[in-house]
Write a protein that binds this ligand. Structure first.
Ligand SMILES: *Cc1c(COP(=O)(O)O)cnc(C)c1O
Length: 388
C-alpha cells in the first residue's frame, strides 16, 4: 500500500468527546457525599432547569432517550396492532420501542436534502391503523415543525419527537421540545450534553408527567424521595406495572452544569461546522444543509455525503481516516438493513431509494466543543488527499 500524503496523528481524534468540567465533578461529589445517590433532589433540579431552558411546563428525566421514546408511545396510547410511522434513517432504538409495545413500525424514506423523514412518502404509508409519527431531528438539524404538526393534525396522529441529537435546536422561535409534542432527548456520553447515560421526556400536562414518573419507577405512586422524611408509612400503590427507567442524582448532578454550558458549546460547534464547510468546499462532497434563519441547528453531527462523482467510496474514506488515527462514523445504518427489521418489514435495500442512497454515501466527521482548528485541519488534509 502506498504511503498516504498526510501524517498519522499520534493522538487519536475521536468522533466526539464530552466536556466534563470542575463544576460537574464538584456537584457529582456533592451528590455522592450527600448519601442520596438515586432519584432525588438533583433530578428535580435538572427537570426544573430543563423546563425553563426549553420553555415548557413538564419535563421528566429518565435513564435514557430510549426509555423516553418507550414511555411516550405508551402514554400516547399505542397498543398491539397499531402502526407507527418513523424514518428508516434513525437509530434502531426507535423501532425497538414500537415493537416492544406489540405495534408495527412503518418505515418511511428520507428527504433528499435534509435527510429527515419524507412527509410525502409518509403520506403514502398512512393507513387505517396508523396512530403515531416519530420524526427525528437528524444531526441536530431541526425538523420543519410547521409542516410536521400540520401533517399530524390532518391525519389525527400523535407525535413523539426523537430529539436525541437536538437539545438546544430551535424552530420558529421555540425550542425543539416546545412544539406541543412528546419529545425525548438523550444525554448519552456522545450527545451535545451528557449525564453519562440519561434522557428526558417533555410531556404536555401534569397528569401525564405524573404517570411518566410512576412508570419510570415500577409503577409506584410515590417515589422514595417523596417518601423520604415523611412521617406516614408506606402508603403507596401500583395502578399499572412500571419499569426501572429513572435517572439518578449522580447523573443529574452532571447534567445541571452541562445544561448551563450548552448554548456556548452549540456556538462553538457552529464555528467548527462553518470551518469544515470552508475547508471542504472544493471536494466532491455534499456539505450538511443549514436550516432557515428563524431556526437554530444544534450541530450535534457534521454529516457529509460523498458526491456521486467521488473517486473512492464512503467505506474507503472511512479506512483512510482510520489510518490517520481519526474516528468517523455513519449515521445511520437504516433500520431495514438490520436482519430483524428486514424480516419484519419485508423491505430490501433499494425499496427506500433515498435512505438507501444516503446510507451508502454519508459519513460523520469529528465534532465536539474542545476540538481545535489543528484537529480540523488534520481531518481536512485526509479528505483532500483521499478525494481531490
Ligand atoms: C442516541 C440516540 C438514541 C438513543 O439515546 P439513548 O439515550 O442512548 O437511549 C435515540 N435516537 C437517536 C437518533 C440517537 O442518536
Amino acid at each position: 500500500m502506498s504511503t498516504p500524503p498526510f501524517a498519522r496523528r499520534t493522538s487519536h481524534l475521536g468522533l466526539s468527546r464530552p466536556s466534563i468540567g470542575a463544576a460537574e465533578i464538584d456537584e457529582l461529589l456533592d451528590a455522592i457525599r450527600s448519601g442520596w445517590l438515586t432519584t432525588g433532589p438533583k433530578v428535580a433540579t435538572l427537570e426544573q432547569r430543563l423546563a425553563a431552558y426549553l420553555g415548557v411546563e413538564h419535563v421528566r428525566c429518565l435513564a435514557s432517550c430510549t426509555a423516553g421514546l418507550s414511555l411516550a408511545l405508551r402514554v400516547g396510547g399505542i397498543e398491539p396492532g397499531d402502526e407507527v410511522l418513523l424514518p428508516a434513517m434513525t437509530f434502531v432504538s426507535c423501532a425497538n420501542a414500537v415493537v416492544h409495545l406489540g405495534a408495527t413500525p412503518v418505515l418511511v424514506d428520507s428527504d433528499r436534502e435534509t435527510g429527515h423523514m419524507d412527509l410525502d412518502h409518509a403520506l403514502s404509508r398512512v393507513g387505517p391503523r396508523t396512530r403515531a409519527l416519530m420524526p427525528v431531528h437528524l444531526a441536530g438539524h431541526p425538523v420543519d415543525m410547521d409542516r410536521l404538526n400540520a401533517f399530524r393534525d390532518r391525519h389525527g396522529l400523535f407525535v413523539v419527537e426523537d430529539a436525541a441529537h437536538a437539545i438546544g435546536a430551535r424552530w420558529g422561535g421555540h425550542a425543539v421540545g416546545a412544539h406541543g409534542n412528546l419529545t425525548a432527548f438523550s444525554f448519552h456520553a456522545t450527545k451535545n450534553m451528557t449525564t453519562f447515560e440519561g434522557g428526558a421526556l417533555v410531556v404536555g400536562d401534569v397528569d401525564t408527567a405524573a404517570r411518566v414518573q410512576r412508570l419510570a419507577l415500577h409503577g409506584l405512586s410515590r417515589s422514595a424521595w417523596s417518601r423520604h422524611g415523611s412521617a406516614s408509612p408506606a402508603l403507596y400503590e401500583v395502578d399499572e406495572p412500571g419499569f426501572k427507567y429513572a435517572m439518578h442524582d449522580i447523573s443529574a448532578a452532571v447534567g445541571i452544569h452541562q445544561l448551563r454550558r450548552l448554548d456556548g458549546w452549540i456556538e462553538r460547534r457552529r464555528q467548527l461546522a462553518d470551518a469544515y464547510d470552508e475547508r471542504l468546499a472544493a471536494l466532491p462532497l455534499e456539505l450538511p444543509p443549514r436550516p432557515p434563519a428563524h431556526s437554530r441547528h444544534a450541530h450535534h453531527l457534521y454529516m457529509v455525503r460523498l458526491g456521486h462523482d467521488a473517486p473512492i467510496d464512503r467505506d474507503a474514506v472511512l479506512v483512510r481516516l482510520m489510518q490517520a488515527n481519526i474516528g468517523a462514523s455513519v449515521h445511520f445504518k437504516p433500520v431495514h438493513w438490520y436482519r430483524y427489521y428486514a424480516g419484519l418489514t419485508g423491505l430490501r435495500p433499494g425499496d427506500l431509494p433515498v435512505a438507501d442512497d444516503l446510507a451508502r454515501r454519508s459519513l460523520s466527521l469529528p465534532l465536539f466543543p474542545s476540538m481545535s482548528e489543528a484537529d480540523l485541519d488534520d481531518v481536512s488534509a485526509v479528505l483532500h488527499a483521499a478525494l481531490a
